[in-house]
Design a protein around this ligand. Structure first.
Ligand code: 1GP
Length: 248
């Protein structure tokens, strides 16, 4: 059905419900089945699948496996136009608005458009903002873009406001996979004050405290990838922390 995933996100946002997304990298799927079981048991809201660079795994195999085990919506978080698969529930159509690389603002989208249309997959137009997380990440290297300096919340805010004015339906603030420092609460709050669309925050979140800080600052969806690959019991801790936060 059209916009089913996005409508459900907006509905939860309006109800003040925060969400957790687990990011699965198709290159690292050794523990995929166990991670999906944990996602099911603890009631994770979303599964993101994708990466800036996929060197061994494939999106299709991972989606098929997740779908055979779980009803949690699977969203493709594509690193490029090859990462399209109609079996996913939606695809984040990312425009890298923190950068000035025309290919990632519109070029790849032109190439992908007919495939996306044919696949009939729900797309969520997302303003993707890379934020400096203390070291060069795969995303900033591969995209040849400079992330927004972490001490410049006003740049992030103006970027997000411009993105929303251009019609983007969601903002993704990403310090990049494996970032040393996650996006600061100050920067998330600044963006929260500027836009009303759902805000996704990820990159370098390794503890329940960091996730709670991001939710409190205004993130609607917190994304955790690497830390869960290292220890998938963290999924349960994060969902418990989320439940405690909602009860306050
Ligand atoms: C990266 O936001 C995601 O694009 C998640 O990052 O793997 O560091 O959790 P981590």
């Amino acid at each position: 059905m059209r916009n089913m995933v996005y409508n459900s996100l907006v509905h939860k946002q309006a109800a003040g419900q925060k969400m957790l997304a687990v990011l699965i990298d198709p290159d690292h799927i050794q523990n995929l089945e166990e991670s999906v079981r944990r996602c099911n048991d603890s009631g994770v809201d979303l599964i993101f699948l994708g990466g800036s660079l996929i060197s061994s795994g494939t999106i299709g195999e991972s989606i098929a496996l997740i779908k055979s085990m779980s009803d949690i919506p699977v969203l493709i978080f594509p690193g490029d136009e090859l990462q399209i698969d109609s079996r996913a529930d939606a695809l984040l159509l990312l425009s890298l608005i923190s950068g000035r690389n025309a290919e990632l603002l519109i070029g790849k989208h032109v190439v992908a458009a007919p495939y996306l249309k044919k696949a009939g997959i729900e797309t969520i137009a997302t303003g993707y903002m890379l934020i400096d997380g203390g070291r060069i990440t795969t995303a900033s290297y591969i995209s040849s873009t400079v992330p927004i300096p972490s001490d410049k919340p006003e740049i992030a805010m103006c970027t997000a406001v411009a993105g929303e004015m251009l019609g983007l339906k969601m903002m993704y603030m990403d310090a990049g996979s494996g970032a040393q420092n996650p996006v600061s609460a100050k920067m998330i709050s600044a963006v929260r004050e500027g836009v009303s669309v759902p805000i996704v925050v990820g990159g370098g979140i390794r503890s329940t405290e960091q996730a709670v800080e991001a939710w409190r600052a205004g993130a609607d969806v917190v994304v955790v990838g690497n830390a869960i690959e290292d220890d998938n019991t963290l999924i349960t801790d994060l969902m418990n922390a989320l439940q405690d936060l909602q009860q306050l």
